[in-house]
Design a protein around this ligand. Structure first.
Ligand code: COA
Ligand code: AMP
Length: 623
């Protein structure tokens, strides 16, 4: 089938299409209900299928000829360690870890938070939860204690799995004090924290809540796979919205497994037995889908890389990994390519390695800017594929499906909708935009398998945030247009979410944090374009009348506050104290105009502006 036929097949008879795709997996009892509505009137897939995701991803392969094949390769330039786990070894470790969790009282449906660096135990922890039918929620290691606390209170985990530290190039990030602080801040208290002690820094443990991972594993007995229904949740992954409270995206087992398995061949052109590398972090959706689940469900070898594209030790690190493990496809965010390009503009380091195994480079997480796209095309003689997706969908909405039929590339476009996604552009009135006309990118319901079915504990928020703006459609939050050839161009978020080094952050949340400081009368945070990280947050603060303090000191304190509240990952380094903020007469902040000024874009002063002089102050800041 070519792309058009495949897309049409999914559109014309979605149930037949996805039923066939589901048959590629080993179910305990295959689903009879392919697409149905849940109790809240939301579509979901394979609800009555009986299965276990960890069984499909590990045991099935052990029993079907892949027992000795490498499942997971851990490569850690920051510690100098490398280790390969065969499917059998990984399955056995996961079964033991599941047994350990079971021993701590974890049962099907319980939540388990995983707050870990990029070590094999993080992957083992996720799969162990899946094996028990428990729901994991991985929290990115770059988040500070208050962010972890918010997630603890929302997910109410029975157990938290963590490690003593993470290593950022050569800086040691101690996780345990952050974890302890988060538990202190949270209202909910987990029964246990299980901590994997790393050589670099051992954590102080306190009884009876803290448990040593290695000791607990030694006394654990392997647990079997607990059957779950296709509609049972596999995980919750928090992502930034427009407010201070992150959204817990819920992913169900059945649709997820089917979408993951399908995407490996159709989108990435990967066959079972081949080596696939997503250079991301297990704390992000790319890590969930393409470091852990999809490659394993497809019987591939996946790579867990604990390092950076540069500095560990140099800009040749990615190419070294590709040569060493014969990687067929690399998937990362444009910011990583930009970091490499900055250090090695002529790709001389790449020339030192044998990259003959590499067939395709995939990019997502942020827009692949034409200049980076062209640089990659010039130096690496393989297709460079941009594809667009979100935490909410779990897999690509729009891509160039090289495993079905490669389409001609267009710089700046993520190409065409994947089968199952009916992508449309609507204007503010809900009318369909014509070709090349920009608008809100929406997806006609039902969403295909793998996409979120709710926000954890808050179905009303899911409906209000995604389904109510345009009835019958899912609102993506991105703006863009479709050209005459049906190619989609993403122009960026239409809300207050920004994208920093491929990390999704909320300027609304940053404003809430700054706004809580006693010296602050009001504030605004916008995203400014950045040559390396895509966007960087910039803060503007009006101090309270009569506040006696030094502007520079207050600025530094607010920057430090953001690091303590959100974490280093916020990359919040630029802040201005101003006399007033530009607003409309009704008091609405003119963030868009401020952003345009800061990014050197053309702008028109809105006729509703309250005080035109307020914009002059912003303009002078960049001169
Ligand atoms: N644990 C603790 N701290 C972390 C962390 C983690 N897992 N990940 C990042 N941080 C810290 C960094 O050390 C840095 O701290 P600093 O301000 O003290 O320097 C801060 O958070 C910002 O991190 P980052 O934005 O990643 O910047 P960087 O300068 O460390 O690295 C790149 C820049 C481009 C090399 C890096 O962002 C990168 O490799 N990106 C790849 C893209 C990616 O993985 N995207 C995920 C979605 S696909
Ligand atoms: P996240 O949920 O963290 O994966 O972030 C999703 C958001 O990242 C999307 O809503 C987009 O704004 C942006 N994004 C992801 N992939 C792309 C892409 N290929 N092109 C442009 N923007 C992207």
């Amino acid at each position: 089938m070519n792309y058009q036929q495949e897309y049409a097949a999914a559109k014309n008879d979605p149930q037949a299409f996805w039923k066939e795709k589901a048959a590629a997996l080993e179910w305990f009892a295959p689903p009879q209900e392919i697409l149905s509505l849940n109790e809240y009137g939301i579509h979901h897939w394979f609800a009555d299928g009986e299965m276990n995701t960890a069984y499909m991803a590990l045991d099935y392969h052990v029993d079907n000829g892949r027992a000795e094949q490498a499942a997971l390769i851990y490569d850690s330039p920051v510690t100098g360690k490398k280790r390969s786990y065969s499917y059998r070894q990984l399955r056995d470790e996961v079964a033991l870890c599941a047994g350990m969790l079971k021993g701590l009282g974890v049962v099907k449906g319980d939540r388990v938070i995983v707050y870990m660096p990029m070590i094999p135990q993080a992957v083992i922890a996720m799969l162990a939860c899946a094996r028990l039918g428990a729901v994991h929620s991985v929290v990115f290691g770059g988040f500070a204690a208050p962010e972890l606390a918010i997630r603890i209170d929302d997910a109410t985990p029975r157990v938290i799995l963590s490690a003593s530290c993470g290593i950022e190039v050569n800086r040691c990030v101690e996780y345990k004090p952050l974890l302890d602080r988060a538990i202190e801040l949270a209202t909910h208290t987990p029964d246990y924290s299980v901590v994997y002690q790393r050589q670099r820094k051992q954590a102080d443990m306190s009884q009876p809540r803290d448990i040593d991972w290695k000791q607990a594993m030694e006394s654990a007995r392997p647990a079997g796979c607990t059957p779950v229904m296709g509609s049972d949740p596999l995980y919750i992954l928090y992502t930034s919205g427009t407010t201070g409270k992150p959204k817990g995206v819920v992913r169900e087992n059945g649709g997820h497994a089917v979408a993951m398995k399908y995407s490996m061949k159709a989108i990435y052109d990967i066959n079972p037995g081949e080596v696939f590398w997503a250079a991301s972090d297990v704390g992000w959706v790319v890590g969930h889908s393409y470091i852990v689940y999809a490659p394993l469900l497809h019987g591939c070898t996946t790579i867990l890389y604990e390092g950076k594209p540069v500095m560990t030790p140099d800009a040749g690190a990615f190419w070294r990994v590709i040569e060493e493990y014969r990687v067929k496809a690399l998937f990362t965010a444009p910011t990583a390519f930009r970091a490499i390009r900055k250090e090695d503009p002529d790709a001389e380091l790449a020339g030192k390695y044998d990259l003959s195994s590499l067939q395709t480079l995939f990019s997502a997480g942020e827009r692949l800017d034409p200049s980076t796209f062209e640089w990659l095309g010039e130096h690496f003689k393989v297709p460079v594929i941009d594809h667009w997706w979100q935490t909410e969908t779990g897999w690509a909405i729009v891509a160039n499906m090289v495993g079905i039929e490669p389409m001609p590339l267009k710089a700046g476009s993520a190409t065409v909708p994947c089968p199952g996604y009916d992508v449309q552009i609507l204007d503010e009135q809900g009318e369909q935009a014509s070709a090349d006309q920009q608008g809100n990118i929406v997806i006609k319901l039902p969403l295909p398998p793998g996409c979120l079915t709710t926000i954890w504990g808050d179905v009303a928020r899911y409906k209000a945030g995604y389904l109510e703006a345009y009835p019958g459609f899912y609102l993506s939050g991105d703006g863009g247009y479709v050209d005459r050839d049906g190619y989609l161009f993403i122009m960026g978020r239409v809300d207050d979410v920004i994208n920093v080094a491929g990390h999704r952050l909320s300027t609304g949340e940053m404003e809430e944090i700054i706004g809580k400081h006693e010296a602050v009368a009001e504030c605004a945070v916008i995203g400014r374009d950045d040559a390396l990280k895509g966007q960087m947050p910039v803060g503007f603060v009006v101090l309270k009348n009569g506040f006696k303090g030094n502007d520079e000191e207050i600025g530094k304190a607010l920057i430090q506050l953001m690091r303590e509240e959100i974490g280093a990952v916020a990359s919040f380094k630029e802040l201005y104290i101003v006399a007033r903020l530009p607003k409309t007469r009704s008091g609405k902040l003119l963030r868009r105009t401020m952003r345009q000024i800061f990014n050197g874009e053309e702008y028109t002063v809105p006729s509703t502006i309250d005080d035109p002089g307020s914009l002059n102050e912003i303009t002078t800041l960049i001169e």
